[in-house]
Design a protein around this ligand. Structure first.
Ligand SMILES: [Zn+2]
Length: 78
């Protein structure tokens, strides 16, 4: 039995998820959902996150902060 450090199944999942968010997965190896991968969002921000968290909906923390400051849809405030 070989013990590959990279599981193509997880890597493909990572890349597909990144692509669906308009970004890319910069890591070229991944052996499981707990692996820390390098990501880049559509705005070019780069960060590290576990694959499992990204698959559960986590995405670029920088964009998240900016959206919190500048919500895309304006809510009327009093
Ligand atoms: Zn971003």
């Amino acid at each position: 039995m070989t013990s590959p450090s990279t599981d193509p199944y997880f890597l493909v999942k990572a890349q597909v998820r990144a692509f669906s968010r308009g970004g890319v997965c910069l890591s070229s190896d991944c052996s499981g959902a707990d692996d820390l991968l390098n990501w880049s969002c559509q705005h070019g921000h780069q960060w590290q996150e576990q694959l499992g968290k990204v698959l559960r909906g986590k995405w670029c923390p920088t964009c998240e902060q900016q959206q919190a400051k500048n919500p895309p849809t304006r809510h009327r405030r009093r």
